[in-house]
Write a protein that binds this ligand. Structure first.
Ligand SMILES: [Mn+2]
Length: 253
């Protein structure tokens, strides 16, 4: 995808809306909507880099409850001509067409390469590249398996929704505080290796880690910036590309 003309692109991830751990889930959603309102009129592109929802599973004719303020705002922005993309995270993998049909936003699973005013962006939630625990890889292939998805969709959501939210909460409780070490981080390592093969890449943007970080990688005589987006549980962070520079910021509204 190559875009020209005025560009003001926003990147955010990991709001985990609906998460059982959120003290005031509605406020997290409202803050996100206030943010989207604040960039309305300026934004030409919005890239949602996964785990915006803590759990999402679409059925053929039915979708889960909730998130209507966010969905309404995204539909409004998409209708007004903002280009919006949603990359699946490990919590909102199961995007099967509803967002495209109902909200007018494109969804992707895995990595995405986008060119904005001549700059090349590599986008990924951060869970399908770099080193991952073998057990995490196994669960990922299970979650993405078409037959498993079909079987899962046959179980009444009365059972699957509470289970998924419990699973997510349990995993979060066992997670340690997020830290970032550019020398050891597997996404930075991945970016460096990728840059060596594709020296025309300018930016690598990821979510998933729940930390805000920006670092430079060099390989094959080229350099690129690696950006980790943070989250919307406490930090309310996002990256903004104004056509020339990319900055990481926190929304204060
Ligand atoms: Mn994630």
């Amino acid at each position: 995808m190559v875009m020209s003309g005025r560009v003001s692109a926003y990147f955010l991830s990991d709001a985990h809306l609906g998460a059982r751990c959120l003290a005031d889930a509605r406020e997290t959603e409202r803050r996100l909507v206030r943010f989207l309102d604040s960039i309305k009129g300026d934004a030409t592109h919005i890239f949602l880099l996964g785990d915006i929802l803590d759990y999402w599973f679409e059925y053929k004719d039915v979708v889960p409850k909730g998130h209507v303020r966010l969905f309404g705002k995204l539909a409004e922005l998409a209708d007004s001509g903002v280009h919006i993309e949603w990359l699946a995270g490990n919590h909102d993998i199961w995007l099967f067409g509803y967002f495209r049909e109902e909200l007018g936003i494109e969804t992707y699973d895995g990595s995405r390469i986008v060119t904005l005013v001549g700059k090349k962006f590599f986008l990924n939630h951060g869970d399908t590249v770099g080193w991952r625990k073998p057990s995490f890889r196994f669960i990922q292939s299970f979650f993405r398996n078409k037959i498993c998805q079909k079987l899962f969709s046959g179980i009444h959501p009365r059972w699957t929704v509470p289970f998924a939210l419990w699973w997510s909460r349990k995993n979060r409780e066992s997670d340690s505080e997020p830290t970032f070490d550019a020398d050891k981080n597997s996404l930075v390592k991945f970016s460096k290796e990728y840059l060596a093969e594709h020296p025309d890449m300018d930016y690598f943007i990821f979510g998933h880690l729940h930390v805000m970080a920006k670092t430079t990688v060099e390989a094959a005589g080229a350099d690129a910036e690696v950006v980790i987006l943070g989250e919307w549980l406490k930090l309310c962070s996002y990256a903004h590309f104004d056509g020339k520079l990319l900055n990481l910021r926190c929304f204060e509204g």
